[in-house]
Ligand binder design. Structure first.
Ligand code: IPE
Ligand code: IPE
Ligand code: MG
Length: 252
């Protein structure tokens, strides 16, 4: 029997068969622009609606057995959007972090950010740093927000740090392997994602968690991010529980 409760139905999920749910879920929150467009509204309206969905999803995690939730908020490629959209998103992030995120902090959520902070506005970085410190002692859901994050950029920055350690004699090149390299990634304290969800019907990963998702299960769903619910997350977790993860082995 599934140990993942069905938070949308009255049977508590007892009818859905399956194994354990995902410990780490990563979400590419896509489709805000199209959601707004469909309503004849500017793209930023969709981003605001999208941001409002995050709380319900975070709050559903303990019930679903999800210990780590990582959400893609802004990619290293998203700077290519119009100045209006980028500025609007940055202002949304500032507002969101100071208001909504502080509310999450009191709910035992531990917040972390991944991505390159050097290219972000100083005021925003300060808010990010503060929230990380503020929630450091929380031992509930680990929420990681990918902001100015790109998988390739992350690997390049990691390699730079690794090369420095080699040059300074802190690391022997012979010791560079699958265990040591990820210690240099932004995600070094996180387990690899078990399930990666992308909303909005696009079947691509757009530079998200390239190294870490090597063995993740993927779900590409049509729902636009502002329409995503905890019930849908529950459904995807139960589906995950029914999957056979072989990691290269043959089923015995
Ligand atoms: C995802 O929604 C949010 C960000 C990338 C910041 P989009 O803005 O990409 O929405 P669509 O894909 O244009 O609908
Ligand atoms: C990926 O979505 C980035 C985020 C959700 C933050 P995009 O909308 O930027 O991805 P592409 O451009 O469609 O690949
Ligand atoms: Mg998009």
């Amino acid at each position: 029997m599934s140990n993942i409760p069905d938070i949308a139905s009255k049977d508590g999920g007892a009818l859905s068969m399956g194994g354990p749910g995902p410990r780490h879920v990563a979400i590419i929150m896509d489709g805000n622009g199209r959601w707004a467009q469909a309503r004849g509204r500017p793209r930023l309206f969709g981003h605001h609606a999208g941001a409002k969905r995050i709380r319900e999803v975070v709050e559903a995690c303990p019930k679903l057995g999800i210990e780590y939730l990582t959400i893609f908020a802004f990619s290293t490629e998203n700077w290519k959007r119009t100045q209006t959209e980028v500025a609007g998103l940055m202002s949304l992030f500032r507002r969101y972090i100071s208001k909504e995120m502080t509310a999450l902090a009191t709910k035992n959520v531990r917040v972390r950010f991944i991505g390159d902070r050097l290219k972000l506005d100083e005021k925003l970085v300060k808010l990010m740093d503060n929230l990380e410190v503020e929630t450091e002692g929380n031992d509930g859901t680990h929420l990681t927000v990918a902001l100015n994050y790109g998988g390739r950029d992350e690997v390049a920055r990691a390699t730079k740090r690794l090369a420095r350690d080699v040059a300074e004699g802190q690391l022997n090149p012979e010791d560079v392997n699958e265990e040591t390299l990820p210690r240099y990634l932004d995600t070094h304290v996180l387990p690899d994602p078990d399930l990666v969800i992308r909303t909005s019907g696009e079947a691509r990963i757009s530079n998200f968690l390239l190294w870490q998702s090597a063995y993740a299960e993927y779900e590409f769903i049509d729902t636009l991010w502002p329409d995503f619910t905890a019930a849908e997350l529950g459904r995807l977790c139960r589906k995950f529980g029914r999957r056979d993860r072989r990691f290269g082995k043959v089923k015995t």
